[in-house]
Design a protein around this ligand. Structure first.
Ligand code: ZN
Length: 130
């Protein structure tokens, strides 16, 4: 079951890798509007959440370090693309390493208040069940 999930995630990551640059090219000429901005923000949040989820899966041993690295790279590309898009749209982003800062902020949000482990988007701590 986990094997199937990993294959599905890998396929998705590969898809993002292929589709990402194409999609960026076509979106350059689109007029800037609120929905584009919201879409970019949603893209970024989705990718960052996926990275946190992957880290949590690796933490509990569902993914190997290598699987984590491959999958994480795909989502980082997606998150960075979204950040660049937000940048182009004039949204405020941090000047130094925005992706790492976003991930750090997201991690802080998801850290378990009792033991500090990442809880993922599910909200329940896999280490202490808080
Ligand atoms: Zn905990």
């Amino acid at each position: 079951m986990i094997g199937v999930l990993v294959v599905a995630l890998l396929t998705f990551a590969a898809l993002l890798y292929v589709v990402g640059p194409l999609r960026r090219q076509t979106s350059d000429d689109e007029p800037v509007d609120i929905s584009t901005l919201e879409q970019a923000q949603e893209r970024k949040t989705t990718a960052l959440n996926a990275i946190i989820d992957l880290e949590e899966e690796a933490q509990v041993g569902k993914l190997t370090d290598r699987e984590l690295e491959i999958l994480r790279r795909g989502y980082e590309r997606e998150a960075l693309a979204a950040l660049h898009q937000l940048d182009n749209l004039g949204a405020v982003t941090s000047e130094r390493d925005p992706l790492e800062e976003e991930i750090a902020a997201m991690r802080k949000q998801l850290a378990c208040p009792s033991c500090g482990a990442l809880r993922g988007s599910a909200g329940t701590c896999s280490r202490c069940n808080a």
